[in-house]
Write a protein that binds this ligand. Sequence first.
Ligand code: PEP
Length: 251
Amino acid sequence: MNTIRPLVAGNWKMNGLSVGLEQAKLLANDLAGSQQYKCDVMLCPPATLLAQAHWQLKGTKVALGGQDCHSAVSGAHTGDISADMLKDAGAIAVIVGHSERRTNHKETDAQVSAKATAAHNAGLVAIICIGETLDERKGGKTLGVLTEQIKGSVPAGSTASNSVIAYEPIWAIGTGLTPTTAEVAEAHAHIRAELSKVMGSEGPATRILYGGSVKGSNAVELMGVANVNGALVGGASLKAEDFMGIIKAYA
Ligand code: PEP
């Protein structure tokens, strides 16, 4: 049985203009109803919307996170955003090492680790993403890949309070495909064991999210798997109604 308080986090990616914040307000209104859901809820909108979202969501049950940060505190890094800046705009967390960053921007485990440390130093929770490609899964390499990513991307100083792991099989992101519950259980149990090796006594208390084509229709099943402590959601987080369909798994 999971005793860790789950987190359902939505990653809006490069989607959303200020009008889209209407969905965030709808979500906050739904969460303000009498039904209490047994999970924390977070939205990670584009950085351009963070400050505005912060003011609109202040006092609600919707927390805010960034989607990426630079590993440096400040400096000559045109177009980048520091963890301190995200915090200043109202974020309490930041996603690091999303597979789209690892693939599109060739981010390495070492860079992801440095970003996670920057997040910790700024007082943000680092949501550290890991996950295998389809070729790696087909080649039976999934668990080995996860071990290497954990060793390389989870920095010293990571605790259950300042870090969340998101297991996102790359082939399941935005494709409508999901691993079987047995495959999710195997991956999450492996991640749990590896976290205990790198985080010691903090490992068993650290949240491990599942991400990849989570939607209302599969959320209860996926969130019910051992060692799944919530979800990182892409497409289905853009509309409040769809996102609520996932949060309701924790009714
Ligand atoms: C993601 O990109 O983190 C993600 C899980 O996307 P989707 O839910 O759309 O598969």
